[in-house]
Design a protein around this ligand. Structure first.
Ligand SMILES: C=C(OP(=O)(O)O)C(=O)O
Length: 934
């Protein structure tokens, strides 16, 4: 950090602080813009050289990084070794002796409590791998030191960005590292549970097989909206999960000398067979390779084990024969193994509802559209008829090779896993964007066709507005079918999934949580109505790490109570319905909670505390006024749906927002389908997936999907709003989202961005320019922006946002505001964008090359598609040779024109490149402040 940077940064921070202090909500100008202009002027005059700006950006980014490390530690209530052990012990003691003044429960009750899985941590590879892996590691390490405040010193990295997005295999590696730490933490919890049992039941404790918490993964199995994962990838990764599980067990057994039977040998043989199966995995649909794979997979399946039960007898024999020292380790190893089956984590597959509709259309000739409500009844009765008559068919890998429908391929893949890899662990079958019970019946029909219906957990994913509002009708449509009821009766499980990111972006995060809670309660009522209260309900919340995607911002414990409100849980307890909760840990950000062993232990201890919390009926006052909640949250939903349909919102998201963020995962940023089309310019938010949608909003400093509509809702009920903010934990937890959203939103920054897109502003600037060149540059940008035509709609949208925001500030004057460090990052970035734009006007004349003309270049630069533009310019103005010109051309070496464009390179292209890199580095700083990507 240079002295110049330190001096500049403190000057600039002082100005940013002044801006905050003087915040005038009704001011017509943008003070952030004024700060940005001042930075820009200093950069243009040379008073603020580029390397100093780079230093400033890194300094601000590192401060945000330090704050984030501190935040992670507080989020986990301090990942302190002793506190974690104590928390786990408390949980164990409470299960044994729920009432400290009473005697311990009988072992049967203890067994029932711990041998049922009541919570699953689901590792998804949602693309939030925004940071380079060593940066994530450093962040997790720093958080693990449990810093009491943001540390002064952090590891120095030139950049926090990744070199490129991770591949699916890399995501898998990162996910499994986190999962294995999670598994170790579960072992620690199980050891404590078993130790507590040992003190009470010294003869019987070793017969316990605890599995209260399990790990699950959908990395490699989630094919919703992506066509790049082949069935061979899914099988390969599933086999690797089996290999990890067996390898882990082998390592656990290795030091146990007293384990005298053939357990070691059987695990070693299985591991060898699975390794051979992985080696034989095909890399594509090439028949000969697939046939060789089938040979190893099928003919070595007995050696490789096909059920965890295959080791049950060997385990119990070894436990009986073990020395006292070894017994605990063996019982713990057995518990982890039995809880997860032949995989390091359970398996969640996913596809989209439309894929099921497609296969039903092809195979059953059901051509009516399930999207048209009037046609649904007929559709459902057709599907019931198909279910009446469908007979299971046997398949082989040849069938898989020939299958054209993606839903068919996925179900066949599931069948192959269940037949040849793990026969006894059920597989979740998640269906994204489910909006009718017909979809569930179609899944059941397909499962029956391939003979797997009793081993898969068909689960709708409620994430669209329609699904959230009509969820109970969707479930009831299915419940009316005798086939669906029989399926629930046999499997004794009903699995449901709630998508917090998509729901949040369509109806607003706060309204979504209300609708989701309402739906959870309605499901409880439905099961009673249909005499199915004996069915266990599995509620899986796929939320991300950020407020816009449903993660409570302040504490993990609050996050669980927010996702699964005590009131709704108590309703299930009262109805005698067993509940299993599942919650997502997504991509790079979510894996941070398992980023070191200390963090994983802390996370699991908090999960355990939640999973075993007693759920007495909650006396939260917000439930006393259902009319208030209904009106309050539907006002928010109206506000958000209005914004989503506002063309200015799509224009804002699509202008240069996508260029502010790196690609952060192997999943495409828009949903792909089998008949994919590529979107060039965003016309509606639904063309983006939720994560990039939210990431762009965070970078534009406006968490719209958390805030929009809240001001209007609060203004309708000012007193009740104030009262519940103070008195209702449920309401306060939801408002924590808004508080965090407001702390990372600034209407001045948003207005600055919108001003930047306004041709009028560039005309004003042109008018005040004395220099003819500078005037022409401003006019070029003005023309380009006119062509892009973002301005009118974005300004109208800003008025919508700002009027709601003003109402919110009036109702909640003490709500937080963005702090100077973050504000300054935004101001610098606005200055950098202007510099990039202005530099682009200095690119010399060139004749159009393919479709790349000067006009096209300007439009692309305005959308900050800088890497693509520089790539084109490098072709048009070659300024470095690739070495090929130095070959021997069999004549004396003549002069080369290399260097002709070196001036353009040093004065335009290279600065553009550096400025753009800073733009994206700032994104990592903003991300650290927000605490997540997307
Ligand atoms: C399930 C979700 O994520 P996605 O559909 O983006 O994978 C969601 O909406 O929370």
């Amino acid at each position: 950090m240079t002295e110049a940077a330190a001096r500049n940064v403190s000057d600039l921070l002082a100005q940013a602080s002044q801006l905050i202090a003087s915040h005038d909500e009704t001011a017509s100008g943008s003070p952030v813009m004024a700060l940005a202009r001042q930075i820009g002027r200093q950069m243009s005059s040379g008073a603020l050289p580029m390397d100093v700006v780079e230093d400033i950006v890194r300094l601000l980014r590192d401060r945000a990084f330090a704050g984030r490390a501190h935040h992670i530690a507080t989020y986990l209530d301090g990942p302190d070794e002793q506190a974690v052990t104590e928390r786990m012990r408390d949980v164990a003691r409470r299960i044994v002796q729920p009432d400290p003044t009473d005697s311990p429960v009988p072992i049967a009750r203890f067994r029932a409590a711990i041998e049922r899985s009541r919570f699953a941590a689901v590792f998804t590879a949602h693309p939030t791998f925004a940071l380079a892996n060593p940066v994530y590691e450093a962040l997790a390490e720093l958080a693990s030191t449990n810093p009491a405040t943001a540390p002064d010193h952090v590891p120095a990295f030139l950049t926090h960005r990744r070199v490129g997005p991770p591949t699916l295999d890399e995501e898998f590696t990162l996910a499994t590292q986190a999962i294995l730490r999670g598994r170790n933490a579960l072992d620690r919890l199980n050891t404590i549970l078993l130790s507590e049992a040992r003190t009470h039941w010294p003869q019987l404790w070793s017969t316990l097989v605890p599995r209260p918490i399990i790990m699950t993964s959908w990395v490699g199995y989630d094919t919703d909206g992506r066509t790049d994962i082949g069935w061979w990838d899914t099988l390969r990764l599933r086999l690797r999960m089996k290999q990890l599980q067996l390898g882990r067990l082998q390592a656990q057994l290795a030091p146990l000398a007293s384990c005298a039977n053939d357990l070691h040998a059987r695990v070693a043989t299985a591991l060898e067979a699975v390794t051979a199966q992985i080696a034989a995995c095909p890399t594509g649909p090439e028949p000969e390779g697939v046939s060789r794979f089938a040979d190893v997979l099928i003919n070595r399946s007995t050696e490789a084990l096909t059920s965890s039960n295959d080791l049950r007898a060997a385990f119990s024999e070894a436990i009986d024969a073990a020395t006292t020292e070894d017994r605990m380790a063996l019982v713990v190893a057995q518990a982890g193994f039995m809880a997860h089956g032949l995989s390091a984590a359970h398996t969640h597959t996913r596809l989209n509802a439309t894929q099921l509709h497609n296969i039903a259309r092809q195979r059953l000739n059901i051509t009516d559209s399930p999207d048209i409500p009037a046609q649904r009844r007929a559709l459902i009765s057709r599907m019931n008829e198909a279910l009446d008559t469908v007979e299971p068919v046997e398949i082989d890998f040849g069938s898989l090779l020939m299958e054209q429908a993606s839903a068919g391929r996925l179900m066949m893949t599931v069948r192959q896993i269940l037949r040849h890899i793990d026969r006894t662990s059920p597989i979740r079958f998640l269906i994204a964007e489910t909006e009718t019970g017909y979809t569930l019946l179609a899944a059941l029909w397909l499962a029956r066709l391939y003979g797997v219906e009793d081993m898969i957990e068909i689960s709708p994913l409620f994430e669209t507005q329609d699904a959230l509002e009509n969820g109970e009708q969707i479930i009831e449509e299915a419940l009316r079918s005798p086939h669906w009821r029989a399926y629930l009766q046999r499997t004794r499980k009903l699995s449901l999934q709630f998508g917090f990111s998509d729901s949040g972006r369509y109806v607003g995060q706060l309204a979504a949580t209300y609708l989701i809670e309402r739906l959870r309660i309605k499901v409880c009522d439905l099961l009673r109505k249909w005499d199915l209260a004996f069915v266990e309900v599995i509620l899986f919340d796929t939320h991300g790490e950020s407020i816009g995607r449903g993660a409570h911002p302040y504490r993990l414990a609050d996050r669980f109570d927010y996702l699964s409100p005590p009131h709704a849980r108590a309703r299930y307890t009262r109805a005698g319905i067993q509940l299993r909760e599942e919650t997502a840990f997504q991509g790079g950000d979510g894996y941070l909670m398992f980023g070191t062993q200390a963090l994983a232990d802390a996370t699991v201890s908090i999960i355990a505390e939640h999973a075993f919390a007693t759920s007495a009926l909650d006396r939260d006052p917000v439930y006393d006024e259902p009319d208030f909640s209904a009106d309050f949250f539907s006002t928010i939903a109206n506000g958000m749906t209005g914004l989503v349909e506002d063309p200015g919102y799509a224009a804002l998201l699509g202008a240069f927002g996508p260029s502010l963020i790196d690609k952060t995962g192997s999943r495409p940023s828009a949903r792909q389908s089998d008949a994919a089309s590529t979107v060039t310019r965003i016309k509606h938010p639904s063309q983006l997936r939720a994560i990039p949608n939210n990431a762009i909003l965070q970078q534009l400093a406006w968490c719209a999907n958390t805030l929009q509509g809240l001001g209007t809702a609060a203004a309708r009920h000012p007193e009740t709003f104030e009262k519940y903010l103070a008195e209702s934990p449920r309401f306060r937890r939801a408002m924590d989202f808004a508080a965090h959203g407001l702390a990372h939103s600034d209407h001045g920054v948003l207005r600055g961005v919108i001003r930047l897109l306004d041709p009028d502003m560039w005309l004003e600037r042109a008018t005040t320019q004395r220099d003819a060149g500078a005037q022409a540059a401003c006019l070029t940008l003005m023309h380009g922006l006119e062509q892009l035509d973002f301005w009118a709609s974005t300004q109208a949208m800003f008025r919508r946002i700002q009027s709601d925001h003003l109402a919110l500030r009036r109702a909640w004057p003490e709500a937080p505001r963005m702090q100077p460090d973050e504000l300054l990052l935004h101001a610098i970035r606005i200055a950098l964008i202007e510099q990039i734009w202005m530099l682009s006007t200095r690119v010399p004349y060139f004749s159009p090359r393919h479709a790349f003309s000067r006009d096209v270049m300007t439009l692309k630069v305005l959308c900050l598609e800088v890497p693509a533009v520089l790539k084109e310019l490098e072709q048009i103005f070659p300024y470095r040779s690739d070495g090929g010109f130095d070959l021997d051309f069999h004549e004396p070496h003549g002069p080369r024109q290399e260097g002709t464009y070196s001036r353009e390179y040093t004065e335009i292209f290279e600065p553009m490149q550096r400025l753009f890199q800073m733009v994206r580095e700032i994104s990592t700083g903003v991300m650290h402040h927000v605490g997540a990507f997307g």
